[in-house]
Design a protein around this ligand. Structure first.
Ligand code: DOR
Ligand code: ZN
Length: 437
């Protein structure tokens, strides 16, 4: 039995008067102005803090199996819990690829054994992410892993016939296809956003049209199939326009933006530091502004981290040889506070929407992103909005340290995370490593 917990003096969604929240048997059992702490309760002092539903990340790379030198289900789960997450979707571009029931079940079980966050494996759309042959989506959906999201992320499902079939199957399975939108013919040799910065540095360009053309095509395919489509890491102004158009005509399309595409721009390329290399690339400040506004408006549904750990030798090398990707789980909330809350684009209620409620809906998680109310599952994130912290890659829970925010002071600190009423992280420390109660 998990010890009962009481969160004292927090404001729900940062609104109204502070309340006490009593948590027992995995649910929120009572919310009141002042509750006498029952005997044996674990108290969390939360005066001045904001209580939110636990965050849900639709886009995490946990690197297990295959690259356990950069991240494992255990270390990635720890990073997630410290970042306020109670559920993550683990991308399929592992080695071997998660394109079959054995691998997705392994990842699911590993997540359960660690017990810090619900780990939902994403299944690959095509065998080996090769883009040529559909993977056995049905088998993965029916496996013990219960896969409900499929993606070749890292690669685009570029063949329109395969994409069409994947959308049709996923509809029958009640699943969603998450597309890494990148027309590969337009990004051969691409190293950075096609624009002034790339031209100045002599890096070959990754044009916005490579993203936008696939998003437009897939919205049309999903519309005709009556299927659900999710667009990963939206990075350009033009994609926002396409999404607006598709949503207006009733297409079931959802979209995510990463914290790094909200905050960072291709100005960063000046340093030539490959820590800034990511796919899709950092775009212009006009793009960053537009995606932030689209997130506030709901044209972009949610924030997803694209947490992408990489080994030192794969990042600390010349730009063209470096792998794309950056860490994101422990810094996501702070980047959202800095780009969306401090700028007045979002309130805390909206933060709950874009980091928890919408991703839970898109991922079809019934017990995540729930209202903060009595009787609801106690999947919670507690945030101190007044405190700030300085990012040190070496101190993050991930094995890899490739954060673009090294040395930056960021606003907003996740002070506690609870998964079904159990404290998984508190005051920057993991509770009960190895899981179990
Ligand atoms: O930057 C990225 N890194 N983008 C992706 O699509 C894949 C990811 C990775 O797996 O490293
Ligand atoms: Zn991707």
């Amino acid at each position: 039995m998990t010890k009962p917990v009481m969160v004292r003096g927090a404001r729900l969604y940062g609104e109204g008067d502070p309340v006490d929240v009593l948590i027992a048997d995995g649910v929120i059992s009572r919310i009141a102005a002042e509750i006498e702490p029952p005997a044996g309760v674990e108290l969390i002092a939360a005066e001045g803090q904001v209580l939110l539903p636990g965050f849900v990340d639709l886009h995490t790379h946990l690197r297990e199996p295959g690259r356990e030198d950069t991240e494992t289900v255990a270390t990635g789960s720890a990073a997630a819990a410290l970042g306020g997450y109670t559920a993550v979707f683990a991308m399929a571009n592992t080695d071997p690829v998660a394109d079959n029931a054995v691998i997705v079940e392994h990842v699911r079980r590993a997540g359960e054994a660690v017990g810090l966050v619900d780990v939902h494996p994403v299944g690959a759309v095509t065998v080996g992410l090769a883009g040529e042959k559909l993977a056995e989506l049905g088998t993965m959906a029916e496996s013990a892993a219960g896969v409900r999201m499929f993606s070749d992320d890292g690669h685009c499902v570029h063949d329109p016939l395969i994409m069409r079939r994947a959308l049709e199957y996923s509809r029958a399975l009640g699943a969603v296809i998450a597309q890494h939108a990148e027309e590969p013919r337009l990004t051969v040799g691409a190293q950075a956003h096609e624009g002034e910065q790339a031209a100045r540095l002599g890096l070959s360009g990754w044009p916005a049209s490579a993203e936008e053309s696939i998003v437009a095509r897939d919205c049309i395919l999903a519309g005709h199939a009556g299927s659900r489509l999710h667009i990963c890491h939206v990075s350009t102004e033009g994609t926002v326009d396409v999404l607006r158009w598709a949503k207006a005509r009733g297409t079931q399309v959802s979209a995510e933006v990463t914290p790094h595409h909200l905050l960072l721009t291709d100005e960063r390329l000046r340093t030539y530091d490959p820590v800034n290399k990511v796919n899709p690339p950092l775009r212009t400040s006009a793009d960053a502004t537009k995606v932030a506004e689209a997130l506030a408006e709901g044209v972009i549904d949610c924030v997803a981290t694209d947490h992408a750990p990489h080994a030192v030798q794969d990042k600390d090398c010349e730009w063209s040889a470096a792998r794309p990707g950056m860490l994101g789980l422990q810094t996501a909330l702070s980047i959202v506070v800095s780009t969306m809350v401090r700028t007045g684009l979002l309130g805390w209620r909206d933060v709950a929407r874009v980091m928890s409620e919408r991703p839970a809906e898109i991922g079809r998680l019934a017990d995540q992103g729930r209202p903060l109310a009595e009787g609801e599952p106690a999947n919670l994130a507690l945030v101190d909005p007044e405190r700030s912290w300085t990012v040190r890659g070496a101190e993050l829970a991930s094995i890899a340290g490739n954060t673009p925010y090294e040395g930056m002071e960021l606003p907003g600190v996740v002070t506690a995370t609870l998964l079904r009423g159990r404290i998984t992280a508190h005051s920057g420390r993991i509770s009960q490593p190895g899981g179990g109660d």
